[in-house]
Design a protein around this ligand. Structure first.
Ligand SMILES: *[C@@H]1O[C@H](CO)[C@@H](O)[C@H](O)[C@H]1NC(C)=O
Ligand SMILES: *[C@@H]1O[C@H](CO)[C@@H](O)[C@H](O)[C@H]1NC(C)=O
Ligand SMILES: *[C@@H]1O[C@H](CO)[C@@H](O)[C@H](O)[C@H]1NC(C)=O
Ligand SMILES: *[C@@H]1O[C@H](CO)[C@@H](O)[C@H](O)[C@H]1NC(C)=O
Length: 413
């Protein structure tokens, strides 16, 4: 009996682990492209990258506005404000027309994508759905005193139970959502934000190399920054930057940013290789991504790095912290470049990070006896795969750990 419980627990643990990397398979852009009535709404979903966020989720309902209703928002507000307003129309539950009319007690509050952004104070990220008399269904902000100003008009598309698309006749306006000062991307102090987020080393490098100017020059068009934490620079295997030429330092820093806005949802649905600011005719300097649940991992060809925290997501600027310095193959891969030779790195003495203390710097490579030196001469696949492997075994170890705790609990019961 107990053995059975333990067994099923383990099965559960591992099946939870393998819970899919898969996304719904729906494409909201495609669904709405069928009707020119939604061209404005659809265009804003693309511009704000909300389309990617919607495609990366299942069990959702998108409340769409036709071009007439969209005129209340379109062109009247900064993109980041419109993004918030549209996020409030993405319900994290599945409502088809039938379910709308079967809400228990006739009224409910439902979570929206806006709630998940962290920008929604109080209950402003929730929407009130109420079955009104005469078969009408009203929507409004959950904030107290809000009116149900928006009504269901018709069904657009259902893919049960992944996505339902319903038309409503007016935007749902949460108090303050349109008037709140938009986090101004243009005036954003990138280095200031990076310092506060624990990326001082990276911020200093950007300033001393002048690369911060390159970052700032693309802010209007779009900018995404992957900032390694201060710990990342102290980790084993990070090349000695003082051994790089000035041009190489510039490329390395430019490699940590994209000239486009790619928030988390877009990274999650990305399937292509991504160009960076370092990409030029001579070198690809690109990145690929992989996703596991809510987690995104960047791959350089030399090694993986987890996207850790979102420091800023204000259309068109996104800033993330990453666990490891991103090492492009163009500098650290194939060529026997100025990167430190394997020998001195594996020598016992010089590295302070080798101390037995479990410093956070050791975290990224704890599991496998993975090669300490960064760049091997091997081409793309191998080095990228090896650390990725240890990443996943790390996850498994975590799961085993969890199971062990569960087993302990069972024993105690
Ligand atoms: C619904 O989403 C799941 C993934 O969660 C996917 O496997 C399935 O194919 C989707 N169904 C349809 C009809 O698209
Ligand atoms: C979704 O559909 C649009 C329009 O058909 C297409 O351009 C886009 O690449 C599709 N997105 C994905 C992730 O397949
Ligand atoms: C939704 O709003 C209506 C009208 O303001 C209110 O009567 C109802 O209690 C609200 N529903 C919930 C679940 O708060
Ligand atoms: C940005 O922040 C840094 C650190 O807080 C500060 O030294 C710098 O003066 C700020 N720059 C601007 C333009 O405000």
């Amino acid at each position: 009996m107990a053995a059975l419980r333990i067994f099923s627990l383990l099965v559960l643990t591992f099946s939870l682990l393998s819970v899919s990397v898969t996304v719904g398979g729906h494409n909201i852009t495609d669904i709405l492209a069928g009707s020119s009535d939604y061209s404005q709404f659809n265009s804003y979903l693309t511009q704000t990258k909300l389309a990617d966020e919607i495609n990366s989720r299942t069990t959702i309902t998108v409340l769409v506005l036709n071009n007439g209703a969209m005129s209340a928002l379109a062109g009247k507000h900064p993109l980041s404000v419109i993004k918030n307003a549209l996020s409030l129309l993405v319900l994290l539950d599945y409502y088809d027309p039938q379910k709308l009319h079967q809400i228990s007690k006739g009224t409910t509050l439902t979570t929206t994508l806006y709630q998940t952004t962290g920008n929604a104070p109080g209950n402003l990220g929730f929407v009130n759905v109420t079955d009104l008399k005469g078969g009408k269904v009203g929507f409004g902000s959950a904030a107290s005193g809000s009116k149900l100003d928006s009504s269901y008009t018709k069904s657009v598309k259902q893919i049960p139970y992944n996505i339902s698309v319903l038309e409503i006749d007016a935007p749902i306006i949460a108090p303050g959502i349109l008037t709140a000062p938009a986090p101004s991307a243009a005036g954003v102090n990138i280095t200031g934000l990076l310092e506060k987020a624990g990326c001082k080393t990276f911020a200093n490098l950007l300033v001393t190399s002048g690369v911060i100017k390159t970052y700032e020059s693309t802010v209007d068009k779009g900018l995404t920054v992957f900032a390694p934490s201060d710990e990342a620079f102290k980790a084993d295997g990070v090349p000695d930057l003082s051994k790089l030429t000035q041009a190489e330092v510039v490329s390395l820093l430019e490699y940590h940013a994209l000239a486009e806005y790619k928030p988390k949802g877009s990274l999650k649905t990305n399937k292509d290789s991504i160009s960076t600011l370092a990409t030029n005719g001579a070198g690809k300097f690109d990145l690929t991504t992989s996703t596991s649940g809510d987690e995104v991992v960047l791959h350089t060809g030399v090694g993986p790095s987890r996207v850790a925290d979102t420091v800023l997501d204000a259309t068109p600027v996104a800033i993330f912290t990453v666990d490891n310095v991103l090492l492009p193959t163009e500098l650290f891969g194939k060529s026997p470049s100025p990167a430190p030779a394997p020998e001195p790195v594996s020598a016992p003495a010089p590295s302070p990070a080798k101390s037995p203390s479990p410093s956070p710097a050791d975290a990224p490579s704890p599991v496998a006896p993975s090669p300490p030196a960064p760049p091997m001469d091997t081409p793309e696949g191998a080095p990228a795969d090896a650390p990725a492997e240890s990443e996943s075994s790390k996850a498994k170890n975590a799961a085993v750990h969890v199971s062990a705790i569960c087993l302990l609990r069972l024993r105690l019961e």
